[in-house]
Ligand binder design. Structure first.
Ligand code: NAD
Length: 491
């Protein structure tokens, strides 16, 4: 398969013809040669988006008219659910059923949700009194929310179609135009969105898709014609993006990594907690920003919970992402598998006890598989204890009291999510209030209401996505102040 860039509603090879190889994690073979955007292509894509914003119909349409087109865009995603899901499963290594039933279904929903949210968003007005040139006036202060302009969306490889649409939805529904750069490791489902946008009637230049390496992302961020950047990825890249954006004072939102704790109290429903913790860390092979990679457990139930977790691991159906029933596939690349293993090996060398996994799986024989892993007694100084591994590795810490649990949970630079497992509602709410993360789930893992804020505290990010938070990011609050006479002086 050979793919092309999508600029101004048309498909192009990269200037100079550069391509990169896209490798399928389950087969270790090349599935696509992807046109790799150069600095010149990035410029062209930004000019297309700028022109579409400054002179095109998109920002000038009503939210309702945009909503109709976005509705057709969502229909197109749904019609191609199997095709897009298969592309995603092959490109990322996630189970096909999860790709079709969750990620692609959510992609369509993301678009529909934000189209409706933009259409139903009510603007604010405030009335006040003032004196001007000796006259008593009333002021009608109206806050409008015009789109901010040209948006850049940069996404990682772990959930591409979900993250692409999660960002495109509010950006486009609010009337912006954009340039999106998917990750070089899994760009295929994002690239497929170009043709679907054309069929739906999205005007040329409103959505431009430029797969490329990190340099392409850096060129986008530095481009002076860009107004806002929504970046999802690692902390180190996020820092670079923010520093570059500061040059031209672009608005930035950052969705970064996590080291999210699962706190399991002695009063938890143990079966539910074990299944929930296993899902939180082994879903997508741990390659999820909200992975519950740290288990903090009451020392009195630790051994029982560990035994239950081992049973959960034994039940996991590991295999070909395209095969029926597969729950656990390969990691994204050989390099990432080596990186994950380095964390584990370093922890074991400094005294951690390996309870499960800790090595590449021998079966399937081909593919970047890594066994679901549990590390106990991890030295707090080892990297596995405090850095995001972004793989299927669960570390265990024990606590003796509620206060101890909270202190351990907060002893990290990250602050994306936390999961609490307890049947005591007083405790659950008390602890939830004291955990310094952007999101806390009680007795569940990552259930989403798209209206609620999504994002991280501390080094896990800046800003929030979801519902009105995303619409606020993608719009420029603008005051229009209307003055009128408080009394009739004309007779
Ligand atoms: P990454 O930071 O390496 O890359 C992310 C994207 O940035 C890619 O498209 C990449 O090409 C691009 N990029 C690289 N250098 C750039 C530069 N200098 N300027 C602009 N763009 C540049 O991250 P990754 O390995 O693709 O993804 C994994 C990370 O993403 C993890 O840390 C994970 O936690 C995080 N993530 C966060 C969320 C969230 O919502 N908080 C969701 C998914 C993933």
């Amino acid at each position: 398969m050979e793919t092309r860039l999508f600029i101004h509603g048309d498909f192009f090879d990269a200037a100079g013809g550069a391509r990169f190889a896209d490798i399928e994690p389950a087969t270790e073979r090349e599935i696509a040669r992807v046109a790799s955007a150069s600095a010149a292509d990035i410029d062209r894509a930004v000019v297309a988006a700028r022109e579409a914003f400054d002179r095109g119909p998109w920002p000038r349409m009503t939210a309702e008219a945009r909503g109709k087109i976005l509705g057709r865009f969502a229909d197109g995603i749904e019609r191609r659910a199997r095709e897009l899901g298969t592309l995603e499963a092959r490109d990322v290594g996630k189970p096909l059923s999860e790709c079709i039933n969750h990620d692609v279904a959510r992609a369509a929903r993301n678009i529909r949700f934000f189209a409706a949210a933009a259409e139903t968003w009510t603007q604010e007005a405030a009335q006040s009194d003032a004196k001007f040139l000796g006259r008593d006036l009333r002021l009608m202060n109206v806050t409008t929310r015009p789109p901010i302009g040209v948006g850049v969306i940069i996404i990682p490889w772990n959930s591409p179609i979900m993250l692409a649409t999660w960002n495109l939805g509010p950006c486009l529904a609010a009337g912006n135009t954009c340039v999106m750069k998917p990750s070089e490791l899994a760009p295929l489902s994002s690239i497929a969105l170009g043709a679907i946008a054309n069929e739906a009637g999205v005007p040329p230049g409103v959505l431009n898709i430029v797969p490329g390496l990190g340099e392409a992302g850096a060129a986008l961020v530095a481009n002076p014609q860009v107004d806002a950047i929504a970046f999802t990825g690692g902390i180190a890249t996020g820092r670079r993006v923010m520093a570059a954006a500061a040059e031209s004072l672009k608005r930035v939102t950052l969705e970064l990594g996590g080291k999210s704790p699962n706190l399991v109290f002695a009063d938890a429903d143990l079966r539910l907690a074990a299944a929930g913790v296993a899902r939180s860390i082994y879903r997508s092979q741990g390659q999820s920003c909200v992975a519950g990679s740290r288990l903090l457990v009451d020392e009195r139930i630790a051994e029982d919970l560990i035994a239950a977790l081992k049973r959960e691991i034994a039940k996991l159906k590991v295999g070909d992402p395209l095969a029926d029933g597969t729950e656990y596939g390969p990691l994204i690349s050989a390099a990432h598998r080596e990186r994950v293993h380095r964390f584990v090996a370093e922890a074991v060398a400094s005294g951690a006890k390996l309870i499960a996994g800790g090595e590449a799986r021998k079966s399937p024989a081909v593919g970047f598989y890594y066994a679901p892993t549990i590390l106990d007694h991890v030295d707090s100084k080892s990297k596995a204890a405090h850095e995001e591994i972004f793989g299927p590795v669960l570390t265990i810490e024990r606590f003796a009291s509620e206060a101890d649990a909270i202190e351990q949970a907060n002893a990290t630079r990250y602050g994306l999510a936390a999961y609490l497992w307890s049947t005591n509602i007083d405790r659950a709410l008390r602890v939830a209030e004291q955990i310094k993360t952007g999101m806390v789930w009680v007795n569940s893992f990552f259930l989403r209401d798209l209206r609620t804020p999504f994002g991280g505290a501390k080094l896990s990010g800046l800003g929030r996505q979801g519902g009105r938070y995303a619409l606020e990011f993608w719009t420029e609050p603008k005051l229009i102040c209307l003055a009128y006479g408080a009394e009739d002086h004309d007779g």
